[in-house]
Design a protein around this ligand. Structure first.
Ligand code: DOR
Ligand code: ZN
Ligand code: ZN
Length: 447
């Protein structure tokens, strides 16, 4: 037989080691991984000249925006940015305009996305007002739910304990995860009152304190215990918060956690130096927290690294009052390069990287046939030049958000080709596929 494509002269990360071989791809899937002499003939061959092939990154925390927030990012710009960052599947957050919070808003987002996306996309939904609608949202294709304990996004007040538990129970019965932004809203509001009219970064840090996160995580754990739901704690930034999660995990609670590259690599000091561009929720923390997160990553204690790609306009990042600055960092184009740099520095192993960027996201969120290089799996792949040294420059981002706290960083390791469902979508920084190339994962489209 003749397959669609062969990637030859590759170093392939497969089954926890790197082998020199080729990959035969047919109808969007990995047909065979073998020495070239043992591969079938192909309509097209690409010579990778000894470059390393990894499973494509699955980024479970991305704000693609679009709709009325298209000035910040849209499905096309956001998924081009993903392709440029070696990300083959993103899970889109629901705090949009309109908020993704019922079957109609989810369907509308899926329709718009289907025409624009370059990489695969899956969707979170916020909770609806009527718990009875949860099943319908799942049926429409939401991959997971998202709740902000910090403030109300969607139809469910996070402080309405009984209703939150009922909503969690409903999701638990469908066996899908609930992602939690774990900053305690009541605590945040109390602190805001205490802070009076102070509007500098120190005041912001006093409000969005370590305690706000730890209280949020403790509450998330209580909610999980009472509902039986499976929760994924987003962007853990504190050692105390992470320790609480690890304690519960050891006791058998079905909880997973995520950290971002900015919380792993930047501290409060950088926030003070860089200013509002580095303002994010939860905020950058003291070095002691950063060191603990790095240590935990190296020990395999962190399930997922996700970007929390949160694009804003430059105008929204600039104000004399910190309370008027939009929090968020666009990280989808820097996540893999920064993690490859950590591999090159010897801070983590290549298997650590693949585990937190591809394997665990696939397993935790249930993306069947993705997240690994294996025969029969989808050909979602990233080719990386592990030795290439370069400088991060946000003016070159595909994201509309052309800013980064990592601007000027020398990094080592670059995604040079990205394949999504067997199609080349990014080649040496150029977008190689048409809008609509990506698939919506989970969409039950009824004609
Ligand atoms: O910094 C953040 N930005 N944290 C969030 O939780 C939301 C996000 C956004 O949507 O901009
Ligand atoms: Zn969040
Ligand atoms: Zn987020």
């Amino acid at each position: 037989m003749t397959v669609d494509l062969i990637l030859k002269e590759a170093k392939i990360y497969i089954g926890n080691r790197v082998i020199e071989a080729g990959i035969a791809i047919n109808e969007g899937r990995i047909f065979k991984v073998a020495k070239e002499t043992n591969l079938p003939s192909a309509s097209e061959k690409i010579n990778l000249s000894g470059m390393l092939v990894l499973p494509g990154v699955i980024d479970v925390h991305v704000h693609l925006r679009d709709q009325e927030l298209s000035y910040k990012e849209d499905f096309y710009s956001g998924t081009c940015a993903a392709a440029n960052g070696g990300v083959t599947l993103v899970v889109d957050m629901p705090n949009n305009k309109p908020i993704t919070m019922n079957s109609e808003t989810l369907k509308e987002r899926m329709e718009i996305a289907s025409r624009k996306i370059i990489v695969n996309v899956s969707f979170y939904s916020a909770f609806p007002q009527d718990i009875g609608e949860i099943k319908q949202i799942i049926h429409t294709g939401a991959k997971a739910f998202k709740i902000f304990l910090s403030h109300k996004v969607g139809g469910l007040d996070p402080n309405d304990e009984d209703k939150v538990i009922s909503a969690f129970k409903e999701v638990a019965s469908a066996n899908i995860p609930i992602a939690i932004h774990a900053e305690d809203g009541i605590f945040l509001r109390k602190k805001i009152e205490e802070i009076g009219n102070r509007d500098d970064i120190d005041a912001y840090l006093e409000v969005h304190s370590v305690e706000a996160e730890v209280r949020g995580i403790m509450r998330a754990i209580r909610l999980m215990r009472e509902s039986g739901a499976f929760a994924h704690i987003c962007h853990v930034s504190t050692s105390e918060g992470l320790k609480a999660i690890l304690r519960e995990k050891a006791r058998g609670l079905p909880v997973s956690c995520e950290v971002t590259p900015h919380h792993l690599l930047l501290s409060k000091k950088d926030l003070k130096k860089i200013g509002n561009i580095a303002l994010v929720n939860p905020p950058l923390r003291p070095l002691s927290d950063v060191s603990y997160l790095q240590w935990a990553l190296g020990k395999g204690l962190i399930d997922i690294v996700a970007s929390d790609h949160a694009p804003h306009s430059l105008k929204e990042k600039d104000s004399s009052s910190v309370w008027d600055v939009m929090a968020g960092i666009p990280g989808i184009e820097t996540t893999l390069p920064l993690m490859l740099t950590m591999v090159n520095r010897g801070q983590i192993s290549l298997s650590d990287l693949v585990r937190v960027l591809s394997e665990n996201p696939s397993r935790i969120f249930g993306f069947k046939g993705r997240g690994q290089i294996a025969e029969g799996f989808y050909a979602d792949l990233v080719v990386v030049d592990l030795k290439r040294e370069w400088t991060i420059d946000s003016s070159e981002f595909y994201s509309k958000a052309k800013f980064s706290p990592f601007d000027g960083w020398r990094v080592k390791g670059k995604p040079v080709k990205t394949f999504v469902n067997g199609t080349l979508v990014m080649d040496e920084g150029e977008i190689a596929a048409k809008p609509g190339n990506g698939k919506i994962i989970g969409w039950v489209k009824r004609i």
